[in-house]
Design a protein around this ligand. Structure first.
Ligand code: UVW
Length: 327
């Protein structure tokens, strides 16, 4: 059967295009050439106001360790970063080092990685359905590298705003949510209230499920068995809430920021499309939130200044990042 977009698909199979046929978009809102979407909400006024969330000067970094001998948490089918040492004292001892005037020795590394293979920003053009990506750009602009809506404009802008941690795992009394466990925007609001905090318009949402923390505690076979991450689950009301709250950025400690399979429609990762493709909400995945969350539980302060700048990878589908939070 051929759907309205001219794609073949069996009408018994779920299709994100059907699920989201009435879903709102922000296409064109920031002009025909926009590539950073809802990050446009992070205006200088918003940044100045966010700085008022700093009260103690405590800092936290949110990247997981990369090229870690203990493993890098990645989406099934991807692999962790591989760092190869290509120059060290051994080369000099063997007479193969590059000698320089003054006798300095040095060590060099080479690294290969999936751009989504660590804590990372997704480019707005990273995921789509049908013939169009963010802002209505033709899906063919992704061929051979993202000519539009790559990670580079996000990296050039940088991300600074007020962050709020929503510690869903702690709120539900768990170290880590169950595989496939879902929550909604109503849960985010209830969690914030229980924490004594309020989600404000244009806040950067940091959601903790405990999932990435568990990666380092359980054997890899167990972590990846029947892989269904916990997370936010699609509903039209949730999408409308993100739109009306003008949320610029969603940061989670899961690999894909939402429950892997929407239990209602059966679609995989519909929020990537409803939020990122359609509304231009930037997604930050695989964040390390354990230390920040422990501190928030300790001092009761769940809001802070959030800053991040992914690497400026030209035409990249995403890029590693080490966000810094200042409380
Ligand atoms: C996929 O691309 C499957 O997900 P992510 O956004 O986590 O990289």
């Amino acid at each position: 059967m051929t759907n309205a977009h001219g794609h073949d698909h069996d009408h018994d199979d779920p299709w994100i295009g059907d699920l989201l046929k009435d879903s709102p978009t922000n296409w064109g809102k920031w002009g025909p050439d926009d590539e950073v979407g809802s990050l446009n909400y992070l205006t200088p006024d918003v940044v100045l106001s966010a700085a008022k969330a700093i009260t103690s000067g405590k800092t936290f970094t949110l990247q997981v360790k990369m090229a870690n001998p203990d493993g890098d948490p990645v989406w099934p089918g991807r692999s962790g970063a591989v760092r190869i040492n290509v120059m060290d004292e051994g080369h000099f001892l063997a007479g193969k080092g590059v000698e320089t005037a003054g006798g300095a020795h040095y060590a060099d590394d080479y690294m290969t990685c999936f751009l989504q293979g660590s804590t990372q920003y997704d480019a707005l053009g990273h995921v789509w359905y049908g013939d169009q990506i963010w802002n209505g750009y033709d899906a063919k602009t992704t061929i051979g590298g993202l000519a539009k809506a790559s990670v580079c404009p996000i990296a050039e802008k940088g991300v600074v705003g007020r962050g709020i941690l929503l510690d869903i795992a702690r709120w539900r009394g768990k170290d880590v949510l169950d595989s496939g466990e879902t929550f909604t925007h109503e849960d985010l609001l209830a969690c914030a209230e229980a924490q004594g905090a309020t989600i404000e318009p244009r806040d950067i949402l940091l959601i903790r499920t405990g999932w990435i923390g568990s990666f380092y505690r359980v054997p890899s076979e167990e972590f990846y068995a029947d892989f269904v991450e916990p997370g936010l689950t699609y509903s039209p009301e949730l999408v409308e809430w993100f739109r009306s709250m003008e949320i610029p950025n969603l940061v989670t400690d899961t690999i894909a920021n939402e429950v892997t399979v929407d239990p209602v429609s059966g679609c995989v990762l519909p929020l990537h499309n409803a939020l990122m493709r359609n509304l231009g909400v930037t997604l930050t995945e695989i964040a390390w939130l354990e230390d920040l969350a422990a501190d928030c539980a300790d001092d009761g302060q769940y809001t802070f200044l959030y800053t991040a700048a992914p690497l400026k990878v030209v035409n990249g589908t995403g890029a590693p990042v080490n966000p810094v939070v200042i409380k």
